[in-house]
Design a protein around this ligand. Sequence first.
Ligand code: 9W4
Length: 419
Amino acid sequence: MSTNYKVADLKLADAGRLKIEWAESRMPVLMALRERAKAEQPLRGMRIAGCLHVTKETAVLVRTLRAAGAEVSWSGCNPLSTNDEVAAALAAEGTSIYAWHGLSVPEFYWCIERTLDFKPTLTLDDGADLIFTVHSKFAHMAPDIIGGTEETTTGVHRLRAMAADGKLKYPVYAVNDSETKWDFDNVYGTGQSSLDGILRATSIFVAGKTFVVAGYGHCGRGVAARARGMGANVVVTEVKPTAALKAVLDGFRVMPMDEAAKIGDIFITATGVRDIIVGRHFESMKDGAVVCNTGHYDVEINLGDLEKLAKGKREIRASNEEYLLRDGRRVYVLAQGRLVNLAAAEGHPSEVMDMSFANQFFALCRLAKNGKSLDKKVYELPPEQDQELALLKLSTMGMGIDKLTAEQERYNSDYSAGT
Ligand code: 9W4
């Protein structure tokens, strides 16, 4: 088989291999599935086109898909998330891959289209760009595509809207909606990686600092827990009473941002809503305050307001801009208000991606086995799959759990016993 690829520089392959091998040493579930699949070949004969961040963890998934018998062709799903070393390593070991860091929008779609050259039987998406490309420009390929998978919330929303309109041309598994994916990504992945991003960008001492977390959804909860773990005094701001109450009962102080702004040393937004930190907040912040965002869009911190208050700014370290306000106070903004865990660190730790990508693997195997009998709609993976995956993860961590006896099961389902 001749390999087709376009990457930044094939000479980076050795460095990429080391990164991938490190990730493999942290992703025991995917590695166990790979070992099993080498013998069983559940993806034999499948041609998988993937459009997913080219990272060391994704490479572990790609290697696993190939070990399971699939032919694979890959592109990145975000121009800034491709790791050129990893892309080179994948190309060097015979994966068709079209991805380089910083590619333009036309190049982005050119790469996606190249992954369709081998006429895939399965598609894997993060954000639904590949499926959209199939449905719009390459619709003639759809009848031969057994099914697809989607990794993210945004992509799943787009696909459900398509399915509701009767426009979806093949079944898709919403991998995002598995509990072992979204719950662990958002709480534990974002929790640690956001702290990691703050530390890399600032080298700040967290213990004893007042750490303001805006939003107590899954991401905010993860960040708050990790900040407390490092000794910070955590303050939570919220608009939703039940979420605020949970934060209080979890032991955090809750107050409006107008008050938190005056006492915070480090601020992080995790709300998904725009204008969480605006001009009047910057005006009341302490000298040296650090401000960052871990929500999906870079709209939570109003940098336009900060620019108006500032008489100058400079990049004082990587991913860290110092704004000098007219009264002499300084405010530090990390990663230009973009996702601090991705722009200043490496996103979710490999151990967390192990679970997300094991879900991808399970979904693709299901499609290869019985995708042809599915309807053209968006499916969720069954909850038993989550339990199987969680049990496997626990076993790789050396932990076992109890199992209900037949008698306990009977007791639980017996409604005749009364109260
Ligand atoms: N990465 C990303 C996006 C934008 C971006 C400095 C400002 C998501 C999930 C996974 O979106 C991702 N913008 C950047 S860097 C950067 C990186 N900058 C540079 O100036 C703009 C992304 C999934 N994932 C993990 O979380 C861990 N392994 C994975 O595969 C990866 C990347």
